[in-house]
Design a protein around this ligand. Structure first.
Ligand code: ADP
Ligand code: MG
Length: 257
């Protein structure tokens, strides 16, 4: 890919819910291999922005580009297929499956055909061979997150933090370009949080790009090289963390919230 084109570009995004303008002409880029923070007080429009990017909501206007492809308004499976995925919570149904079963389901059910394409180079192969390759990738990914020893455990028996690791492992198994993380550290103990952050930074080195919504300001400021601030649906600041911390509008937005 052309390195001058950002993996994710949001242009003049607008989303209304009845009389509420949840996202109001928001524009920003997410640079390749970055861990970009998206912050703002409750109700700022962060989750709605994620929902528009991942196709959960269709924006009223504006555009979303993945590299130079316009992905505006694509359904969630199509968005994931193009290479943008978000972590999603392990539902009750998934809790009744093992960790490995969760992994095996991820690319097939939620995330479209992308992985199947990458492990099926042209030729028709037996399903059993696809399964075997997927299983190998699943194990590798579980190892990466150090939860391979839990492969046969029911997802419902995992701790909150371990479940977060599984959620991210599942998302990664679809081999995305861009990962959207909506508070991935909620309920994660400090040791695990540190590990998860280390994984994220390693994955950036391998070419992955992250957009992170997170309330813990210290975590954002210590780990993101760029921070986008939303307030009342608008992007009010987009800069390096040390600049964001001094920004009058940002301070006001948080004090007024
Ligand atoms: P954040 O994630 O930054 O806390 P949200 O994107 O969840 O903010 O919400 C932005 C605004 O849109 C809020 O005023 C919220 O009440 C409203 N909103 C979000 N989702 C919906 C929805 N599905 N229906 C109606 N209003 C919504
Ligand atoms: Mg939210």
């Amino acid at each position: 890919e052309d390195t001058t084109v950002p993996p994710l570009r949001i242009q003049n995004l607008v989303k209304h819910f009845g009389g509420v303008t949840a996202v109001d002409e928001a524009s920003f880029d997410v640079e390749e291999r970055s861990l970009t923070g998206l912050i703002g007080p409750n109700g700022a429009g962060k989750s709605t922005t994620f929902d528009c990017i991942t196709g959960v909501h269709r924006p009223d206007s504006g555009s979303i580009y993945l590299y130079d492809e316009d992905i505006t308004g694509l359904r969630p499976y199509a968005t994931a297929d193009r290479g943008v995925v978000r972590t999603f919570q392990i539902t009750r149904e998934l809790k009744e499956m093992t960790v490995l079963e969760n992994m095996m389901l991820a690319p097939k059910n939620q995330q479209g055909e992308r992985l199947w394409r990458t492990i099926l180079p042209g030729s028709r192969r037996k399903v059993s061979e696809q399964e075997r390759e997927l299983r190998e990738q699943a194990w590798d990914t579980l190892e990466l997150f150090e939860i391979d020893h839990l492969a046969e455990e029911y997802a419902g028996n995992l701790s909150g933090g371990q479940r977060k690791l599984l959620e991210m492992a599942r998302a990664l198994l679809t081999d995305p370009d861009v990962l959207l993380l909506d508070e991935p550290f909620a309920g994660v103990n400090p040791v695990l949080e540190e590990k998860l952050l280390e994984r994220i930074h390693n994955l950036r080195g391998q070419g992955y790009t992250f957009l992170l919504v997170e309330h813990d300001m210290d975590l954002i400021m210590n780990n993101c090289e760029r921070v986008i601030v939303m307030h009342q649906g608008r992007v009010i600041a987009d800069d390096a963390p040390e600049v964001i911390l001094e920004d009058e509008q940002v301070i006001e937005a948080y004090l007024g919230a």
